[in-house]
Design a protein. Structure first.
Length: 244
């Protein structure tokens, strides 16, 4: 049985492919993403740390874990590595490449965390930043950037109140370049703050930023576990699994 740790487009596409191929699998979601029949069987919620996950792997006779969690969900990836080691289960990491190879990447300001990203925004002298860092971290920027006229774009509204000077834009990707160009122009965006999420669904903002002459601040990915067999795409991950 294959366990797919999901919550991402890749996790969904892997589960759909396994369902189509008739391969026994279960998708695991943290509880924030919605399920759909095409995924096949789904379990929801945490395992109770690496030890809980190791017990789950043994109890359910899991032979392979595919860690298709988001590049910034590092805790789950570390737990998966520990649990697979303890239970003697094969682990494959499916992780989309980041944006460090983007032609403009050398001109961006790369930082290690959100605190440093907020400081970098202030250092640019930006008046109208576009904050695109996900629902969970948007509010981290409220204290340092409360005076700026921030446009905060999130797929789902954050759980707390935003500073008065901010405006919330609830929108879910994928985003196309013409729409991103319009957003940068109409909102006079002069700085983009993003995580190095990678993938194409939200990459148009990077090109729109260059065209608008906006600065770009990128939060680097957290370090995942080392020495894990890794595939950069769903197709390569399925190829690693081999024939059913
Ligand atoms: P995280 O910090 O790495 O994980 C926190 C805890 O949530 C884990 O220790 C685990 O609880 C539980 N968990 C995480 N992913 C799980 C999964 N697929 N199935 C079961 N339990 C899971 O993760 P996060 O950053 O909060 O992200 C949570 C989920 O949202 C992930 O599945 C991720 O793929 C998805 N997501 C995250 C981001 C992001 O930017 N972080 C963006 C898009 C989607 P236990 O220790 O109890 O097992």
């Amino acid at each position: 049985m294959i366990l797919v740790l999901g919550g991402t487009v890749e996790g969904r596409r892997l589960a759909e492919a396994l369902t189509r191929a008739g391969i026994e699998h279960v998708s695991s979601l943290a509880g924030r993403t919605s399920s759909s029949p095409e995924l096949g069987p789904v379990r929801t919620g945490g395992f109770g740390g690496a030890a809980g996950l190791a017990s789950y792997l043994r109890e359910h006779h899991v032979s392979v874990v595919i860690d298709a969690t988001h590049p910034f969900a590092a805790t789950m990836s570390h737990h998966a590595a520990l649990a697979c080691e303890a239970a003697g289960v094969r682990l494959i990491r499916c992780e989309r490449p980041g944006w460090s190879t983007h032609p403009d990447a050398e001109g961006w300001t790369w930082v290690d965390d959100h605190e440093a990203a907020a400081a970098a925004v202030l250092a640019t002298g930006s008046l109208r930043p576009l904050l695109s860092v996900g629902r969970l971290h948007t509010l981290d920027y409220a204290p340092p950037l409360h005076r700026l006229s921030v446009l905060a774009r999130v797929a789902e509204p954050p759980s707390g109140a935003l500073p008065e000077a901010w405006r919330l834009l609830v929108a879910r990707g994928p985003f196309q370049l013409p729409d991103e160009q319009r957003l940068f122009a109409e909102e006079s965006i002069d700085c983009l703050v993003t995580k190095d999420s990678g993938g194409s669904a939200t990459a148009a903002k990077l090109d729109a930023a260059r065209q608008a002459g906006a600065r770009v601040v990128v939060v680097r990915r957290p370090r995942g576990p080392e020495t894990v067999e890794t595939a950069p795409s769903v197709e390569e991950c399925l190829a690693l699994l081999g024939p059913a």
